[in-house]
Design a protein around this ligand. Structure first.
Ligand code: IMP
Ligand code: MG
Length: 177
């Protein structure tokens, strides 16, 4: 696997697509077992989670629904500090088992804000499934229930994650050089 250039920066391979597929399948197995007989509602956070959510959702063998919400706290390669909601959630969450799907928990700000909002809507339960966590970058007290990979506090792209809009289509994960 070779380095790639996006805008002004060089990125180097970190996790190949085959390894990602293995971890996604393992998480789906766990969720299939944990949610057997329930009908959870997955809520994917756009834009970053769309590929992870699609791959995970296709491996479920339980009855499940999915919806998406748009939040953003990033500009370029550093957090802008503001969590913005730009697409609302129409579903009634009362009494539902909710599984939030996110691409990455970095500072945890996005997820902690969103969790507060979700818990106010009286769901039966709330869990978080996340493709990546950066434990060293965490500033807000949020914990994922299912995590595909823990990575160092470095900027990554691919598998849905972008650098200023580009790189989401890369099947492998790359890290800033
Ligand atoms: P947090 O609110 O600081 O946890 O940031 C979470 C959001 O920032 C994620 O949903 C991503 O969209 C974005 N983000 C955080 N780290 C990275 C990264 O390494 N690459 C691309 N986007 C990132
Ligand atoms: Mg995101």
């Amino acid at each position: 696997m070779a380095d790639i250039r996006i805008h002004d920066k060089t990125f180097t391979p970190l996790i190949p697509a085959v390894k990602i597929a293995e971890r996604v399948a393992a998480l789906a197995d766990q969720i299939n077992a944990d949610y057997k007989g329930t009908k959870p509602l997955f809520i994917g956070i756009l834009n970053g989670s769309f590929i992870f959510a699609a791959d995970l959702f296709r491996q479920l063998d339980i009855d499940a629904e999915i919806s998406f919400i748009k939040l953003a706290s990033y500009q370029g390669t550093s957090s802008s500090g503001n969590v913005i909601t730009s697409i609302g959630l129409e579903e009634n969450l009362n009494g539902r088992h909710i599984i939030i799907v996110e691409d990455i928990i970095d500072s945890g700000r996005t997820m902690s804000t969103f969790l507060r909002d979700i818990r106010q809507r009286q769901p039966a339960s709330v869990k978080v499934v996340v493709f990546l966590t950066k434990p060293a970058a965490l500033q807000y007290p949020v914990a994922a229930d299912y995590t595909a990979f823990e990575i160092e506090d470095k900027f990554v792209i691919g598998y849905g994650l972008d650098y200023d809009g580009l790189g989401r289509n890369l099947p492998d994960l790359y890290v800033l050089k």
